[in-house]
Design a protein around this ligand. Structure first.
Ligand SMILES: CC(C)(COP(=O)(O)OP(=O)(O)OC[C@H]1O[C@@H](n2cnc3c(N)ncnc32)[C@H](O)[C@@H]1OP(=O)(O)O)[C@@H](O)C(=O)NCCC(=O)NCCS
Length: 141
């Protein structure tokens, strides 16, 4: 098996990451465009983690720390590369980042119907907190 490398993305990776999410990620995010990802990297440069095998992008996770909480987004592994530990390795790298920054708890938003994701999050030690709901307001309406 080829060795998996996890590294922080740079602005040069932006197009490849956006293309990758189209095939590997679940649904779309409001920030899934060049401006959105560029803004993330400008604000928190080490937050977008890429998993690569022989230089090929096989997985991503955003490990965003805002100084208060640790938020995980865009956990995605290429459909042909799943069940080989990549998702778990990305979450381990994200958690190592959070811990080094003083973070105390990782949060992820996970769709109720995304059972595939539930397996992976549970395997990594995450559990839902059903007493919370997500409250949103779109700021550009
Ligand atoms: C969720 C996802 C990132 C998992 O990535 P992955 O590389 O396959 O995960 P791993 O190989 O590290 O799996 C870790 C553990 O999760 C559990 N798991 C992962 N996929 C599973 C599945 N299809 N069925 C049962 N358990 C599963 C297993 O316990 C697995 O360990 P094991 O293979 O030793 O049994 C991947 O399926 C994916 O990209 N899904 C689409 C995008 C998505 O839904 N992302 C989550 C958004 S919240």
């Amino acid at each position: 098996m080829t060795e998996l490398q996890v590294r922080a993305a740079t602005p040069a990776d932006l197009d490849a990451v956006l293309a990758f999410w189209k095939i590997a990620a679940e649904g779309t995010s409001i920030s899934d465009d060049s401006d959105g990802v560029a803004r993330l990297l400008a604000r928190d440069p080490e937050s977008l983690l890429l998993a690569e095998e022989e230089g090929e992008l096989v997985g991503t996770v955003i490990a965003g720390f805002d100084g208060w909480r640790c938020h995980l987004y865009r956990l995605a592994v290429h459909p042909d590369r799943r069940r080989r530990g990549t998702g778990g390795a990305l979450l381990a790298a994200a958690e190592a980042r959070f811990t080094a920054l003083g973070g105390r708890r990782g949060d992820a938003m996970v769709l109720d119907r995304n059972e595939l994701a539930h397996h992976a999050w549970r395997a990594a030690g995450y559990a839902p907190e059903p007493q919370w709901s997500r409250w949103v307001k779109h700021l550009d309406d």
